[in-house]
Design a protein around this ligand. Sequence first.
Ligand code: HEM
Length: 388
Amino acid sequence: MDARATPLRRICKIVITIANIFLDPHLLSLPIVFERFVMGWVGAGIAIATTAYFFYRYPPRSWAEPDSSAPPEPKPETPLAATSDAPVQEKQDSRAPTPPIESTEDTQSTPKASASSAPPPVLAVPELNLESEESTSQSATMPSIPQPTNEPDAQKLPEPRRSEAQTTLMPPPSLAVPAKPKQPSVPRPTPTSSSLMPPPSIPRPTPQPNRDPRLQPPRPSGSSLGPPPSSAAAQRGAAMSGVRQVNSTLAPTPVSLKKASKKVALEPGFSPLDWAALAANPNNQLRGKDLPPSLLRVTPSMLREQHGRKGRDAWTSYNGKVYNISPYVPYHPGGKGELLRGAGKDSGQLFMEIHPWVNWDGILGECLVGILVSENDIQTENALDAMD
Ligand code: HEM
């Protein structure tokens, strides 16, 4: 009776309180009071409902299990259903072990734990295919982490399981292999996965063999690596007019810049040796016929009359001396026409332009006619002769 009276008293008190609230003369604003009343009870109801739901989802029976001596290592073994033991299966039945798995994972690697400790609702969304690597690595490496447990069995079991996981459950080290999504998370390299699966090598630029300067083709002209031009080559190049200067040593160097030879084919018996033999005989009268044995005084006007035409010998002057070149015409290597260009006048300039190395006096010594004198010298001589 006393136990039943207590609730009735409470109900009566509540009713009286509500009545007082509504009938309170000080509370003139009834809507405000009603609103406070309703909101207060609504809040209390929500709190009660939340508490009840919490106890329903996580009954006190499950609270005592983590405190037991059962090691947390078998919890990550839940995905490995084939190799899990009996206690592991018991924990796999309950939903509570899921959070502890994440907690143990936090102790492994800080970067992976931050992302893998996603709330349970997120775990149910399979979206990505690449997290298989992470999930398998977690399941395979979780047991290898030393746990603060005193049970020796718990430390012995993870080693063979890890090997099994590596041999049987580890996918090939390829990110493109699709796997069953268990924990959708951003795939990223973890310390354990990096040790088991080497990351793909980063493509690096391979050295190009052509970049080797030793294999490069020779540089163009003017390269500093080439041998310096010799002084002789420099002098030759300076002396040669009209030659294109080439710095490359591989280019053919011009030996000489002789013009096209203008030599002519001499008739048989008119070789230089034949001329030497002819000149050696003083009886040949190479100076000309009907000339006195002494040297003549030849004036320019006299020289001009010996032009080599109309039956006259060709005379030419050189260094103040006059020579009869008519006997030498068939022996001249440059031909008749070239030699007769100097007939009747001084040939010194032409001779020096073409072949300054030729010994004029040595060839035409027997052809010497006289000396070149001016016209005044002849007049003076004639005047002196008249006085005598
Ligand atoms: C107007 C005067 C003369 C002219 C225009 C003339 C012109 C030439 C020419 C064009 C050649 C050919 C050069 C060559 O292509 O190799 C030549 C060669 C020659 N001339 Fe004359 N010449 C003249 C006077 C003389 C005289 C007076 C002598 C003799 C003292 C002489 C002796 C020679 C000799 C020996 C060669 C051959 C040179 C050699 O083998 O390289 N020339 N001459």
